[in-house]
Design a protein around this ligand. Structure first.
Ligand code: ADP
Length: 530
């Protein structure tokens, strides 16, 4: 996931979480406030109804003109009277006033209230389930008020009930029912619909959710745009400039009055690329110079090596020829010098042969051979020099591999001969291992000679580098072997093992099938170039 994506997901999650918490808090708070307000409303209504009832009770009830609707109440004393003009009046006690006021209020849909009792005189005042439970709790526990929320067919309602106590003004009517001052006569039950509050809460909740979603989207889009403009795009440009460098120069950063962190990275990268360009040019020049020096040194070594290897036997040859010129018919001289001439010419031929092999550009002659058998044959050839040497062959190549047999022979013989020379007259051990991996075969030749001095380790593969006496070493053996192994796609590595002698490791590709046509690497290169 890209940084921009991670950033946006993180910000979105934080916003969602914080809006969620805010939403929870505000909806709880809203709920508490609205229900608190409804409760307060119920308490005030209770207080007002009590005052009205008190007023009616203080006046021992009130008489209102008798109408079709206002008829005498048979449960009251003197339920109806007449004035001197014959106008009829009916009595209204506190309970009736309460009920009639409640009818007015409920007609408006505002609220309902009524007087109720566990021992009602008027059956219309019989309590419902909430009222009965409330009255019992009031009587048994002396609770001052009971509030509950109920779900009804018309939505939710807040139910409130508080005790109605017998006061002095009530005794006029209720003393005969056995009540005393301070007794709980019943309760005033108030029902306030709160469906409107629920609607309001739902509406508010929807608004908050909409607002939260909108602002999350807005903030996310803004951050995304800002991130893309200020961070992602400049970073992508910087990355592509880094990728293209050094093939393409780094463009000079635009001049800005106020720079941010990415501008600073851009500037730093530009400066770095300039410094790298300068050092690269210096390095190239130094490399060219070193290469030139090396070439001259190698050329010098090569020519002096050739001169040395050819001049030595050539001097001997000339002496022989001169001696024979003086006495061409002396058979003793001919008998003495002819083998010397032959030896000198063979030495020159050997040097030239090695040189030709070194620069040989002939195609590889790959054939499927038993490598272990070739190694064995090589050491059989060298057998006459192995008298004082304990030769240990641990050859474990199970298969035949595609290898240039001549190149391998030459390499094994060169390295083997060097090892024999290194072990010398004192004698020692010469160990040869062969093993196969997945795609390489490895041949290791190790001797118990003095080893290769570390200071010449990097020179032993140079042509004509030798530490041996004139006539013993040409300095071409390892150079030729290295070139042959490399041509077969392998490696030749020299080293010392545990200060006991030298070790040479040859690795070659473990090709089990020979290609139909094998070309020299140089030829292949030429083909590719042309
Ligand atoms: P040459 O044998 O004619 O000297 P090479 O190229 O075969 O030429 O070897 C170069 C040099 O590497 C040797 O002169 C010798 O100093 C060193 N060398 C090679 N093989 C060994 C070995 N087994 N132990 C110690 N030195 C070695």
């Amino acid at each position: 996931m890209k940084v921009q994506g991670k950033f946006i997901v993180a910000i979105g999650a934080i916003l969602l979480l914080s809006y969620g918490l805010l939403f929870l808090y505000s909806s709880n708070r809203q709920h508490d406030l609205i229900y608190g307000q409804a409760e307060q409303q119920a308490r005030m209504l209770h207080r007002q109804v009590l005052l009205t009832r008190q007023w009616v009770a203080d006046h021992h009830g009130v008489y209102v003109i008798q109408t079709k609707r206002d008829q005498p109440n048979p449960f009251l004393d003197a339920p109806a009277i007449q004035d001197s003009t014959g106008q009829a009046y009916v009595k209204r006690n506190p309970a009736m006033v309460t009920r009639e006021l409640s009818e007015y209020a409920s007609r408006d849909g505002w609220c309902k209230f009524r007087v109720t009792s566990l021992k009602p005189i008027n059956p219309a005042n019989t309590p419902d389930a909430f009222e009965r439970a409330g009255l019992k709790r009031i009587e048994e526990n002396g609770e001052k008020e009971i509030i509950a929320i109920e779900n009804g067919p018309q939505g939710r309602t807040l139910r409130y009930i508080a005790p109605l106590k017998i006061e002095a003004s009530c005794l006029g009517c209720h003393a005969r029912h056995g009540y005393k001052l301070g007794d709980i006569r019943g309760g005033l039950s108030i029902t306030i619909p709160i469906g409107w509050a629920d609607e309001m809460i739902t509406e508010n909740t929807h608004s908050i959710i909409l607002y939260a979603l909108f602002s999350i989207m807005l903030v996310t889009a803004t951050i995304s745009w800002l991130f893309s403009t200020l961070v992602s795009r400049p970073l992508a440009q910087l990355t592509s400039a880094m990728d293209r460098y050094p093939d393409q120069p780094v463009p000079k950063p635009r001049h800005k009055l106020v720079k941010d962190e990415i501008d600073t990275i851009n500037d730093t990268f530009y400066d770095l690329s300039r410094r790298l360009d300068v050092s690269r040019t210096a390095l190239d020049n130094a490399k060219k110079q070193a290469f030139q020096n090396e070439k001259m040194a190698a050329l010098g070594l090569l020519t002096s090596g050739i001169a040395h290897e050819i001049n030595n036997p050539l001097g001997g040859l000339l002496n022989c020829v001169k001696a024979l010129e003086k006495e061409p018919d002396n058979p003793q001289l001919v008998k003495r010098y002819l083998p010397l001439i032959d030896k000198g010419l063979r030495r020159i031929e050997h040097t030239m042969h090695q040189l030709l092999n070194f620069g040989r550009n002939t195609p590889l002659e790959l054939e499927k051979i038993d490598v272990d058998q070739v190694i064995q044959e090589c050491f059989e050839l060298l057998g006459y020099r192995l008298q004082k040497i304990n030769l240990q062959l641990e050859l474990s190549l199970q298969e035949k591999y595609c290898i240039d047999i001549e190149a391998l022979r030459q390499t094994i013989v060169n390295i083997g001969l060097n090892a024999i020379q290194a072990i010398g007259e004192a004698g020692g051990t010469l160990q040869v291992w062969s093993s196969a991996g997945d795609d390489r075969i490895t041949i290791r030749i190790q001797d118990t000679g003095p080893g290769i001095p570390p200071e010449i380790l990097d020179k032993i593969f140079d042509p004509f580098f030798t530490t041996k006496d004139v006539g013993v070493g040409t300095g071409l053996g390892l150079a030729v072997s290295f070139a042959q192994v490399e041509k077969m796609g392998g490696t030749l590595i020299a080293g010392n093992w545990a200060d006991q002698g030298a070790t040479f490791t040859i690795t070659l590709p473990a090709n089990r099938n020979c290609p139909l046509e094998t070309l020299s690497s140089n030829e292949t290169e030429m083909d590719t170039l042309s």
